[in-house]
Each structure stands twice: as structure tokens, then as C-alpha cells.
Ligand binder design. Structure first.
Ligand code: GAL
Length: 692
């Protein structure tokens, strides 16, 4: 049996917030642990054993249970019933399955809402949520906090030392939902008091002199309700603070749950939760007490996506992004819910091309997942998620198409695990490792003030991510506090709010030999979200070697051009007019409009490293791609040219490629490549695994 000594080069260096390497929860000789979600309370008990047998027979190794089961675990206040769960765990164990338990807090039982109506959150019309759905609870309601603590404590006492319980998931897909209830208003005031200390400081930070919003005490502050008047009429600084507060409330709830569990569980049981892959209002980096962060992925939501069959293959960037975003947080990630086939909630829910689930699983594996669990094992025959596929069809015994593909994946995985391969990451691959600086705070700020309807911070960032993947570079999303010295290249996309500490850190990074790429809209604001009382982005002039004189954009139907090395590129969304300190810094210039001849991109050496400022956001990203490729080539690194939708990864000695392009792609393999799975002519959907 091969021994995995290196997961990814830097992972060994990363220790999660709880203090230990989260890789320890996964056997050293295993690449990935497959599992499935199961809800015993949905099925007659006499079927449970048959279901667990089938799960084990299909190759699944863990089962996930108790999510959304609060009403069954505490049928009335203070009356707990764990017997059914004991029996389900015993049967799972009898079939060799490990158990991942979930805290049931995403669905409060009906008795709770009737007895304590303020356990529900309030929407922006100040209407209380009601019973009948999920995630309708207020995370700051005193009663919710008290009662959720009790149920978690009971579960932790009972299963914290259970030999078959492998780990815990908290709640479900933390959303950080907006809550306008009186409890939330009070918690927001308290949060503001802690942050600003004095009302004068809040008035300054929010710029309340504008439109007479000014406050004389914290007691007067209410959440600025973007649903009550035109969204643009709301103070951007107050809205940003509400986003920060809401994310903090969510993270706080998860940390609180984790700390209750930690009082009882043995250290071999992990704690994770399953964030939605697309960054939203919850910030996964804010929790401090989880062992690692996992994610959920439903790549096919019926949108056109790439190529002829994109509507069946799903969004090619979904798993690329999820892994590279979640994995670096604690050095380990996994997909806790992966789409099994057709779902019930998208605008259109077409059949998947055969092979799609198989490809998604390989994408997730190649990009680093250490577990992959399918949502859900059995297709439900009633309830909200009718029409949502499972690993088994509606008869409860026949594997679905996705189920069959999962079986194949699991069998192949066993074969890979049996191979003896070199687990040292190749040097030239490691040297391409690139960090992308990301913060939710920055995203929320952009979302409130995009300045045109075509600007989207997330798409702007994804464009750079895709460029990096097209040249086969490993990518990690990093935060400001991270040690960037491990990364030879750092991309800072449209990082709008900065302070002097960050600018100094960026400068030092470049001076010490880093390849730094900073893009348009960076450093426009301070941390309150105010502009500088100075030139546009004044704090970075010395870093980039240029001044920024202004910015332009065009209406959706118009394009302007920028020229680099004799080639013209179209742009429309954002272009900054740069005035380089030295003429030789200019590498691209606008070639039309009244400012033709002004610089759009500047590049300079600084200390041992380089800084490139890309002040323009081009339509296809081709200009940006040529710039990034040039930086890698200058350092003598091999640069691939993978088409959009084709991804390649190195994972523990294996090279893994997947193809969402809707077309066959002949993978350029080195002479010494030995194909283990698939063919050099990679179909779409398709998977290729080889060793070098
Ligand atoms: C996820 C959610 C699951 C299930 C699934 C259906 O977002 O976490 O509980 O509802 O969607 O696709």
C-alpha cells in the first residue's frame, strides 16, 4: 500500500485554528473517504439495514445522519429520544460504516416556535418567519441559543466517545441570513458599541453627516434596511457593517456549537461544516473552533455554461473554485454534498451527460478533497426535494446513473490507493503555486457599489483564477493575515479597502522576491470604506510606480481598446488611467477614446521582485493572460495552455485532468507519462489520470 507523505506541498505547514493538523483525521494511506447522506427518520425502520448494506456494497465508507432531525431527537421540550439514532448507528457500524453526525439546529421543532415565537428570525418587512421550512431561526434569539445548546450537549454526551462516530458537521450550509428581529437590532447595537466605543466614532465611520443620518447615542441605531427604501439610498458604510455583523453572528453560532461539542467529544472526532461553494454572506474564515471546512457543490443549475453540453455538464468553475478557496483555510477540505444527478431547485434541471458525476468526483479529488459525500443516498418520494436524485432511484434499491458513476469512482480510487507512486510534488509545479488575496469584506463593499451593472468582483477574481488554471498552476485563496512568503506569486484582484499595514506587507512581499500582480480598483478606500483625501488609490503609488488619474467604463453596448505588444484588446467594464513614474514602466496603453496613449498597465522591478498593476479589465481576459504567462515564462517556468473547461492537477503523486469543454481535448502528456485511467484523447465529460 502506498503511503501518502505529502498532500500538497504546503499543507504540512498549515495548522488549523484549533491547533492541530486536520490531516490526522484521515488515514495516511487513504486518498479520499467516500460517504453518503442518509435520513433514517424518513424511512421505515425495517428498511434501514437493507439501506446500510447497500451503501456498504456500493463502496461508501461513512454515513452522515441526524441533520434536520431536531423534532425526532427532542419531540417536546426537554424530552430527548436518541434510541432510534442509537439503533441506526449500530446498524451502520454493523455494515462497516463510520458515522458523521450533524447538529440538527437548521430545523427548529414546531413546539419551539409555538412556545417561543422569537426563536424565528424576521425578514426586512419585519415579518416573523413561521414553521414549515428550515434555517428560519434567529441565531441571536436567547431561547434558540439556550435550547440549541441543550440538544447539542445531549448529543455530545451520548456520542462524543462513540467508537463509530468519526466526526461532526454543524448545522447546514451556513448562510448568515439577514435578521431584522428586535433581538438582532439589539445585538447589532451591541456589536457596534464594541467596535466603535463612542457614537462619535460611529458617526465618523459611517459618514452620517451626509443626509443628516447622524446619531447621538447607540440606542438610536437600527439596522439600515435595504428592503425598506431604494437600495441605493442606504448608507454604504452602515450596510457594510451589517454584512460584517451578520457574518460574525453566523460564525459565532458555529464556534459556540463547536465549543459545546468539544467539552465532551474525544479528540479523534473532527468538527466541520458545509459551506455553500459560492462566497456569499457567510465568511468561512471567521470561525475559530472548527477542524476543517468542507463545502457543498451543485455544479449544474441548468444555466448554459461552457459549450454545446454545458447545460448538462454544469459550471466548470464550481469545483475549481470550491477546492482552491476552502482547502487553504485549514489545509484540508472535502466535498460534503455533491450533486448526485438532477436536482429540484434550479431554473431548469436537465439530465446530466453520462460521466458527469464521475468527472465532478475526480475534479474534487484532483483539487485536494479528502472526503466526498453524496447528497443524498436515497431519492426522496415526498417533501420539498421530490425530483432531486439520489444515489438510488425511487425504488430504494437500484443505483441511479450518478450512483453507478460513484461506484466506478470508488473502485478506481481503491486501485489508485494500491499504487506505489512518488508523493513529492514536482518542483516546477510547486514553483507555479499562486496565491489569490481574497476577503469577503472586499466583496461586500464591491457588491454595494459596483459602479456599473457589468462589474462583478467575483467574476473579476475568477478570471484570474481561470488564467492560472489554464497554465496549470496550483492556486490557493489566502487572507491578509496569511504568510505569503510560501507563494512565489501573489495576485491581488480589485482589493478595494486597504490600510498602511497591508500596503507595507505587499511592498515587502515584492521586495523580498515575490511576483506581485495588483489589479484595478485596488486601494480606492480605507477600512471604513471612505476614499482617501488624496489621489485615487494614493497609498499604492510608490508600490506600483505610477499615479492613478481616473477611471472609465463604457455602456454595455460599447467597447474601447487597449494595446500591448502591437495587439489590441477590447474592454468595457473598468479602465484606469495610469501615469507611470518612468516611461519604461508602461506595458499597455489605451488606443482609442479621448485619452488614447495613456497607460493601462505598468510593471516594475522592486527590490528582488516585480510588481505589475493591471488597471484594465478586458472582455476576454486575453491581455491579463498574456501578462501572467509572461511573468511565469520570465522565471523559466513551464506554461501550459489548457483550453477553458480543461483542468489539470497534481494530487499525491497522480496527475488528474478533467474536461468540461464539450469537445474532445488531446492532453499534451510528457514522454514518461503512464496513463492509469482514461485516454490521452480526453472526452467531455472525461477524466484522465496519469503518473510521470
Ligand atoms: C443543499 C442543502 C441540502 C439539500 C440540497 C439539495 O444546498 O445543503 O440540505 O437541500 O441542497 O440540492
Amino acid at each position: 500500500m502506498r503511503k501518502i507523505t505529502v498532500c500538497l506541498l504546503f499543507f504540512a505547514l498549515l495548522f488549523h485554528a484549533w491547533g492541530q493538523d486536520a490531516n490526522r483525521f484521515f488515514p495516511e494511506d487513504r486518498l479520499l473517504i467516500p460517504g453518503a447522506f442518509y435520513y433514517p427518520e424518513h424511512w421505515p425502520e425495517h428498511q434501514w439495514e437493507r439501506d446500510f448494506e447497500k451503501m456498504a456494497e456500493m463502496g461508501f465508507e461513512f454515513v452522515h445522519m441526524a441533520e434536520f432531525a431536531w423534532a425526532f431527537l427532542e419531540p417536546s421540550e426537554g424530552v430527548y429520544d436518541f434510541d432510534w439514532l442509537d439503533r441506526a448507528i449500530d446498524l451502520a457500524a454493523k455494515n462497516g460504516l463510520k458515522v458523521m453526525l450533524c447538529t440538527p439546529t437548521a430545523t427548529i421543532p414546531v413546539w419551539m416556535g409555538i412556545k417561543y415565537p422569537d426563536t424565528y428570525l424576521m425578514n426586512n418587512q419585519y415579518r416573523r418567519a413561521e414553521h414549515g421550512s428550515r434555517q428560519n431561526n434567529s441565531l441571536v434569539s436567547g431561547k434558540y441559543i439556550e435550547l440549541s445548546e441543550k440538544i447539542i450537549r445531549e448529543m455530545a454526551k451520548r456520542y462524543g466517545d462513540h467508537p463509530h462516530v468519526w466526526g461532526w458537521q454543524l448545522d447546514n450550509e451556513p448562510y448568515a441570513k439577514d435578521d431584522y428581529s428586535p433581538a438582532a437590532q439589539e445585538a447589532f447595537r451591541q456589536w457596534l458599541k464594541n467596535k466603535y466605543q463612542t457614537i462619535e466614532a460611529l458617526n465618523h465611520a459611517w459618514g452620517t453627516a451626509f443626509w443628516s443620518i447622524t446619531y447621538s447615542s447607540f440606542d438610536e441605531v437600527r439596522i439600515h434596511n435595504t428592503g425598506a427604501i431604494d437600495w441605493w439610498g442606504n448608507n454604504p458604510h452602515a450596510v457594510l457593517d451589517f454584512r460584517r455583523f451578520t457574518a460574525w453572528v453566523q460564525a459565532n453560532d458555529l464556534d459556540r456549537q463547536a465549543l459545546i461539542l468539544r467539552e465532551y467529544i474525544n479528540p479523534d472526532q473532527f468538527i466541520t461544516t458545509n459551506y455553500v461553494a459560492v462566497p456569499g454572506n457567510a465568511d468561512p474564515r471567521l470561525t475559530e473552533n472548527l477542524d476543517f471546512i468542507s463545502y457543498t457543490s451543485y455544479p449544474n443549475n441548468g444555466t448554459p455554461n461552457l459549450g454545446e453540453y454545458g447545460f448538462r455538464l454544469g459550471n466548470h468553475t464550481a469545483l475549481m473554485l470550491a477546492n482552491d478557496y476552502f482547502r487553504p483555510i485549514n489545509g484540508v477540505t472535502g466535498v460534503l454534498e455533491i450533486q448526485p444527478g438532477q436536482v429540484n431547485w434550479a431554473s431548469s434541471n436537465p439530465m446530466l451527460m453520462p460521466g458527469t458525476v464521475h468527472m465532478w468526483l475526480y475534479h474534487s479529488f484532483g483539487a485536494g478533497s479528502r472526503l466526498a459525500s453524496s447528497y443524498r443516498f436515497r431519492q426522496k418520494i415526498y417533501g420539498v426535494e421530490q425530483y432531486h436524485d439520489g444515489m438510488l432511484r425511487t425504488d430504494g434499491v437500484t443505483p441511479s446513473q450518478g450512483g453507478e458513476e460513484y461506484i466506478t469512482f470508488i473502485e478506481e480510487l481503491k486501485m489508485l490507493e494500491g499504487m506505489d507512486v512518488d508523493t513529492e510534488m514536482p518542483e516546477d509545479y510547486a514553483a507555479k503555486t499562486t496565491a489569490i488575496l481574497w476577503s469577503h469584506d472586499n466583496m461586500w463593499d464591491h457588491n454595494r457599489q459596483p459602479q456599473n451593472d457589468r462589474w462583478n468582483i467575483w467574476n473579476h477574481t475568477l478570471k484570474y483564477h481561470q488564467i492560472l488554471k489554464s497554465i496549470d498552476a496550483p492556486v490557493d485563496y489566502v487572507s491578509e493575515s496569511c504568510d505569503w512568503s510560501r507563494y512565489p506569486t501573489l495576485i491581488v484582484p480589485a482589493y478595494q479597502s486597504v490600510d498602511s499595514v497591508l500596503v507595507e506587507k505587499l511592498t515587502n512581499y515584492a521586495k523580498r522576491g515575490g511576483t506581485l500582480v495588483v489589479t484595478c480598483r485596488t486601494a480606492k478606500k480605507n477600512r471604513f470604506g471612505h476614499f482617501w483625501e488624496a489621489g485615487w488609490s494614493a497609498p499604492i503609488y510608490d508600490l506600483i510606480g505610477a499615479e492613478i488619474e481616473g477611471y472609465d467604463m463604457l455602456p454595455g453596448y460599447k467597447h474601447a481598446t487597449v494595446e500591448m505588444n502591437g495587439k489590441e484588446f477590447k474592454w468595457n467594464r473598468w479602465g484606469e488611467l495610469l501615469k507611470p513614474f518612468k516611461d519604461e514602466y508602461a506595458v499597455a496603453k489605451y488606443s482609442d477614446q479621448f485619452y488614447a496613449g495613456k497607460s493601462a498597465v505598468v510593471q516594475r522591478e522592486i527590490g528582488q521582485g516585480t510588481v505589475t498593476y493591471i488597471g484594465v479589465d478586458t472582455e476576454t481576459g486575453e491581455l491579463e493572460k498574456q501578462l501572467i504567462k509572461g511573468l511565469f515564462k520570465n522565471r523559466g517556468l513551464p506554461v501550459s495552455n489548457l483550453p477553458e473547461g480543461v483542468f489539470s492537477y497534481w494530487r499525491d503523486g497522480f496527475r488528474v485532468a478533467v474536461n468540461y469543454s464539450s469537445e474532445v481535448y488531446e492532453m499534451p502528456l510528457p514522454e514518461n507519462a503512464k496513463i492509469v485511467i482514461g485516454e490521452k484523447k480526453l472526452p467531455s465529460p472525461g477524466v484522465l489520470v496519469w503518473i510521470e
